[in-house]
Design a protein around this ligand. Structure first.
Ligand SMILES: C[S@@+](CC[C@H](N)C(=O)[O-])C[C@H]1O[C@@H](n2cnc3c(N)ncnc32)[C@H](O)[C@@H]1O
Length: 328
């Protein structure tokens, strides 16, 4: 990671412009193609995309910890709106024993498709066929796993609708977005729209309508932990300063769905903590989503949940309440 790190002033400026575009995207109805050249994709890939990769790492680690497997009918992974291809890259690097026959990178930008597919070819085992395809020509089916990452802010309604048609045809869906209210609510709507034909694998502990979809002031999101080395790395310290980004904070909204009947979902039945608890002296308050499809505020006493408090203070991504509820 460290070689790409000393950016020139011009490169930092390019990245700042790109970030500004991303921050302002929700106020616009779609964005014009901004991938000017391979250099910009490469700059993005070594900076913002790495942080997105840490979110994918967190999601995939949790899925693995919960023994979720990619359904066995899946033959192809499709990274839609691939940009520099971080979603495909992380999945290829982490799921060695579940690799597909083919991975396809799709983006309206040909430069992005070429960049992502070339990079993936360099890290993938030879047996995997790596291709790229324009979104207009792409046809998803039941043997496809669709990967979607950080695109919601940029899509016009009709573009989102055509992505949803692809999602409906796919066998499985892994979707990761920033943990903002806007993206989270959109993802909840997408989840509810797909529920007729898909099971919600994560983050939901139930198959009912999302209780947070219309909630005022609450939204379904979590905080991923960056890899610890980041906090000792001069590049990331510099990055944090240049872009005024708090490295510790990686808010993420995500959605994992699989076509009904493909394989069991195995929900634990436990309440799941949304975002993270707020700690007070001797107790904590937290919003949880439960197996009954309801979200509620809980107050837990530290003395009754000592081990969990210790764990949550360090890392609380996608945590469940596994000990008995307080009676007080
Ligand atoms: C913020 S980037 C995210 C890239 C990558 N998925 C990631 O997580 O790093 C959004 C990507 O969506 C692509 N995009 C935007 N509108 C699109 C559309 N209508 N069809 C396909 N791709 C689109 C952009 O070209 C860009 O590569």
């Amino acid at each position: 990671m460290s070689q790409g790190l000393s950016k020139t002033r011009a490169e930092v400026k390019d990245l700042q412009r790109l970030r500004q575009l991303f921050l302002e995207a929700p106020a616009h109805d779609g964005l014009a193609d901004y991938w000017a050249d391979e250099t910009l994709l490469s700059l993005y890939d070594t900076t913002f995309a790495r942080r997105i990769g840490w979110k994918w790492d967190a999601v995939l680690s949790e899925l693995a910890a919960r023994c979720w497997k990619i359904p066995s009918n899946i033959r192809r992974w499709v990274d839609w709106g691939c940009g520099s291809g971080i979603a495909g890259e992380v999945l290829i690097s982490r799921r060695h024993d579940e690799l597909p026959e083919a991975v396809v990178f799709s983006d309206r930008s040909l430069k992005a498709r070429l960049f992502a597919s070339k990079k993936a070819s360099e890290i993938s085992p030879q047996a995997i066929k790596i291709t790229h395809e324009s979104p207009e020509l792409l046809q998803c089916g039941e043997a496809d796993l669709l990967l979607v990452s950080h695109v919601l802010n940029e899509l016009k309604t009709e573009q989102l609708n055509s992505l949803l048609e692809q999602a409906k045809n796919a066998g499985c869906l892994l979707w990761v977005e920033p943990g903002t209210p806007h993206c989270s609510k959109k993802l909840s709507e997408i989840r509810d729209e797909l529920l007729n034909t898909f099971d919600a694998v994560a983050p939901c502990p139930h198959q009912l309508a999302c209780p947070l979809r219309g909630a005022e002031g609450d939204w379904c999101h979590f905080f991923a932990a960056p890899p610890p080395h980041v906090f000792q790395d001069a590049f990331w310290a510099n990055f944090s300063k240049e872009f005024n980004i708090d490295l510790r904070s990686l808010p993420v909204s995500f959605l994992v769905m699989q076509k009904k009947g493909l394989q069991p979902c195995n929900p634990s039945g436990n309440d799941r903590i949304i975002a993270r608890p707020r700690f007070y002296k001797g107790f904590a308050k937290m919003l949880v989503c439960g197996a009954g499809g309801k979200a509620q505020l809980l107050q837990l006493q530290q003395r009754n949940h000592k081990a969990e408090f210790k764990m949550w203070e360090k890392d609380c991504f996608f945590a469940e309440i596994t000990s008995a509820r307080d009676s007080d």
